[in-house]
Structure formats: structure tokens, C-alpha cells
Design a protein. Structure first.
Length: 163
């Protein structure tokens, strides 16, 4: 069995402790709790204190979110069909627009915890080659390695409600 791993990075438009990001920070605990209670959620990267914002492997100006989920649909539903979408709608207030891919999906064996180094590699693969079985997106997802039908899954072409 496999789980879906995901990484997304965000370039902050101001320091995390700035007034500009205060509302984002005020919502973090609520949104993290929502993720952890969501159907299909498995694990997320965080410190022992539960803080993911303290981890800055891409540089001090970047926030990192990395997690594993039961499948693509579970993660998609959390991101685009839950209260999380409220935060997505406001991302332009807090984060710079990134021209290169900033979010990537890939499969890991059930129980495996992806590393930041491995996630960085997946993001680089996506940036260099586009969606492949190694690194893909919601728009062009690939099935788990043990799936019966190994063709490309139907993508999520629905309009993002956050835009």
C-alpha cells in the first residue's frame, strides 16, 4: 500500500512576526487541526511542539508544508473543499507569487515519512520535467505504484475556489 506525500512552499511577503502576516499566523492552529482531523490525513511535518513554521529548509523567507494522505482525493478535498479554502483565498495578502512550481505530489510506501531532502528532489523533478510518476500535481495525478490501472488518473480541472 502507498500513501500520497505532498510538499508546498510559500515565499513570505513579510516576516512571520510582522503585522502583515498576523492574520495568517492567527489561523494556523485552526487550519492545522482541520487537516489533522480530515478524512485521509496521515501525517504532517512539524516540530515536537507542533510548529511547522519553525522549519525553514528552503530559506528563512519560505514556509514549508509537507504531509502524507491516504490518496489524492482526500488531500484535494481538504485543500479545496474545506475551511482551508478561506486561507487559500487570502494567500496573496501574505505570500509572493512564485513563477516556478511550489507544490508537488508523489507516492510513498505506507508508514514512510518523507524527508525534506527527498521532497526537494521531487519538487526539482517536477520543475525540470513536468508531471511524471515521480512528481506530479492535482491537475495531472498518477496512480499509486500498486494500483491495478497504472494509467494517468483523471485530473482535477475544476476551477480553484481560492482564485
Amino acid at each position: 500500500m502507498y500513501h500520497l506525500a505532498q510538499l508546498n512552499i510559500a515565499l513570505m511577503s513579510a516576516p512571520l512576526d510582522s503585522p502583515q502576516l498576523a492574520d495568517f499566523v492567527a489561523n494556523l492552529a485552526r487550519i492545522d487541526e482541520l487537516a489533522e482531523r480530515a478524512p485521509g490525513f496521515v501525517w504532517r511535518l512539524k516540530t515536537d511542539d507542533g510548529d511547522a513554521t519553525a522549519l525553514r529548509p528552503f530559506g528563512e523567507e519560505y514556509l514549508v508544508n509537507m504531509s502524507t494522505w491516504r490518496d489524492v482525493g482526500s488531500l484535494h478535498d481538504y485543500v479545496y473543499k474545506s475551511a482551508h479554502v478561506e486561507i487559500l483565498r487570502r494567500r496573496k495578502e501574505w505570500f509572493e507569487r512564485m513563477r516556478a512550481a511550489y507544490s508537488v505530489l508523489w507516492w510513498v510506501p505506507e508508514g514512510h515519512r518523507p524527508t525534506v531532502a527527498g521532497a526537494r528532489t521531487r519538487l526539482q523533478i517536477l520543475r525540470e520535467r513536468g508531471p511524471t510518476e515521480e512528481a506530479f500535481t492535482f491537475k495531472k495525478p498518477f496512480p499509486a505504484p500498486d494500483a491495478e490501472n497504472r494509467g494517468i488518473l483523471a485530473g482535477f480541472d475544476d476551477i480553484c475556489p481560492a482564485t
